[in-house]
Design a protein around this ligand. Structure first.
Ligand code: HEC
Ligand code: HEC
Length: 515
């Protein structure tokens, strides 16, 4: 349990939260079992620190605090789950694998988090009647924080699923099982796409694309739709599910949340000495769709439905984060200087981006570069371009290879992540004339956007997520394949030939975990 021992360690550095709200932090630690801070009764005030392995995060609500009686925290379905079962305040509205394991141990796997509908590796041929059986059935949730997301292959897909090799027996090739991490239900006003594959912000599913000038109403309605789907799916509600008033309340509640790491074990308070870490600075962060879009730099202005243009296009700056600029000139050995150096690496270190569907291919260039652009000299911010947030400010699903299988052949899994625990799904493009599979095939653990729009060219495309509150919710990437932030950084080194010294690696990690 993340209780006193952990906090004692926190307090030993930098004089216990700089002497501020130590009492509050203490309370949070006491109440942090599965993130539902029952200790606070019905209202969780803004500013409470929730400990995590690197320090602590905070979640602010635009209502001055979180009403723990709201529908987000109520069981609206039939299996006992609430939204907060998988989106806990203590984990910055996500869920770390460590928390899942902790809840498993505390309840012997009987908490509603552990439900075979999507919490177990597969929903059939499992034995959940014994502790050992549950340990095995829920192993991906316990060790990687993964849920099974099943999505049917669209009938009009221009590819065919040739084979599914699922280690857990979920081999259905019409209804594919993928394994995904919960995306944090916070900082949502910065979203340009909802869900890893964008399926809750796509006309193909009856939801709306989040476009410039129409972003607020589209996002609100998408989040209501998402909350309905989550209640019918994860919480197994009977139709028609929650009321319109409950869905609206959930969406508005989520849009009012802002989360960030606020205290670092080495550096102390992340807004000390002029820095702008923590949620308070993020609350003031301006945003609109395409505010800093790095895609289609060739377009001066991108036409939107309704004749509006996106003012951000063509004005990209790679200097995405400014939270720790004020610490840049501290003595080099100060932990805060390391965070500022990491920020500078994120903002300015260039490397060659190659082979990324959604960026290097011809389609990504809107027909303006017919053969695509084989190599783009970019930075982390080429794909994480929203200022001080890090998701894409213009919806841009990308295949960076996190779902590429590793058959022991180094040439295939360029990123070197071990995804042997995930299924291998092989799909082949169909010949448009004969309707028969061609030899143009891809193997992946997760077809991503291609399962929503049926487009072979979109296999493996996943949205770049918001990069705040990371320390609260390991592991990383949609499939949990990077256990630590160092694994994330090493993925980029291997995949894109980014060259970092051990010091630079550790600085970049120090920065990421302070977000
Ligand atoms: C059983 C666990 C679970 C429960 C319960 C759950 N979620 Fe989620 N949530 C997830 C997972 C997993 C994803 C990512 C799915 C994907 O990308 O395909 C997700 C994604 C989301 C997102 C998308 C965020 C983004 O950046 O796109 C939102 C918003 C969200 N959930 C809100 C809710 C709400 C509201 C509820 C309650 C009605 C809820 N969730 C219940 C697991 C859960
Ligand atoms: C070519 C585009 C691209 C570049 C360049 C890029 N990223 Fe990413 N990043 C993504 C995408 C797409 C994802 C989501 C992948 C997934 O979930 O499988 C992601 C995910 C992440 C995550 C995981 C977040 C989470 O919640 O799991 C971190 C951390 C991250 N990137 C950091 C970085 C850093 C640091 C750099 C620079 C060294 C960088 N990225 C460069 C596209 C990119």
């Amino acid at each position: 349990m993340r209780t006193f021992g952990h906090l004692a360690k926190l307090r030993s550095r930098r004089g216990a939260f700089g002497g501020l709200t130590v009492g509050c932090a203490m309370l949070a630690a006491l109440a942090a079992g599965h993130g539902q801070p029952s200790f606070f009764g019905k209202f969780l005030p803004n500013g409470v620190f929730f400990p995590n392995p690197n320090g602590a995060s905070q979640t602010y609500s635009s209502n001055g605090g979180i009403d723990l009686r709201g529908p987000f925290f109520q069981s609206l379905g039939s299996n006992g789950r609430t939204c907060a079962s998988c989106h806990t305040v203590a984990d910055a509205m996500g869920l770390s694998a460590a928390t899942a394991e902790q809840v498993f141990r505390a309840t012997r796997g009987m908490d509603p988090l552990f439900r075979p509908v999507d919490g177990s590796n597969c929903d059939h041929d499992i034995d959940v009647s014994t502790l050992e059986g549950r340990e095995a059935a829920y192993s991906l949730l316990r060790t990687r924080g993964l849920f099974r997301i099943a999505i049917a292959v669209p009938p009009n897909a221009n590819y065919r699923v040739m084979s599914v090799s699922n280690p857990y027996g979920c081999n259905d090739s019409e209804n594919l099982s993928m394994y995904r991490r919960p995306l944090p239900a916070t900082n949502l006003r910065f979203l340009s796409a909802v869900m890893s594959d964008g399926r809750e912000s796509s006309p193909l599913t009856g939801t709306q694309k989040i476009t410039y000038g129409y972003d607020a109403p589209a996002l609100l309605s998408d989040l209501e739709h998402q909350a309905l789907d989550a209640t019918l799916g994860h919480a197994q509600a009977n139709e028609p599910g929650p009321t319109a008033a409950q869905l609206l309340a959930i969406a508005q509640f989520e849009l009012g949340l802002t989360s960030a790491q606020s205290f670092d074990r080495g550096a102390g308070l992340l807004w000390a000495d002029g820095a702008k870490g923590g949620p308070a600075a993020l609350v003031a962060q301006p945003f609109f769709i395409s505010i800093n879009s790095s895609v289609n730099p060739l377009f001066p202005l991108l036409e939107q439905p309704g004749g509006l243009t996106t003012p951000g296009d063509g004005q990209f700056t790679p200097a995405i984060f400014h939270a720790f600029d004020a610490w840049a000139n501290l003595p080099p050995r100060d932990s805060r200087a390391a965070i500022a150096r990491g920020e500078a690496i994120f903002n300015s270190k260039t490397f060659a981006i190659t082979g990324v569907a959604g960026l290097n291919d011809a389609a990504a260039q809107g027909g303006l570069a017919p053969g695509g652009i084989a190599s783009i000299q970019g930075t982390c911010g080429t794909c994480h371009d929203t200022p001080n947030v890090g998701d894409h400010s213009f919806a841009t699903p990308l295949d960076i290879g996190t779902g590429d299988p590793d058959p022991g052949d180094a040439s295939v899994n360029l990123g070197g992540l071990d995804i042997g625990y995930l299924p291998r799904i092989t799909v082949c493009k169909l010949d448009p004339n004969t309707g028969q599979p061609t030899s143009d095939c891809k193997t992946t653990s997760d077809p991503g956007q291609a399962l929503i729009d049926g487009n072979f060219d979109h296999v493996g495309k996943i949205k770049g997520p918001i990069l705040r509150g990371l320390a609260a919710r390991a592991p990383y990437f949609h499939n949990g394949s990077a256990k630590t932030l160092l694994d994330v950084v090493r993925f980029y080194e291997k995949r894109f030939g980014l060259v970092l010294t051990p010091q630079e690696e550790s600085d970049l990690v120090a920065f990421l975990r302070s977000l």
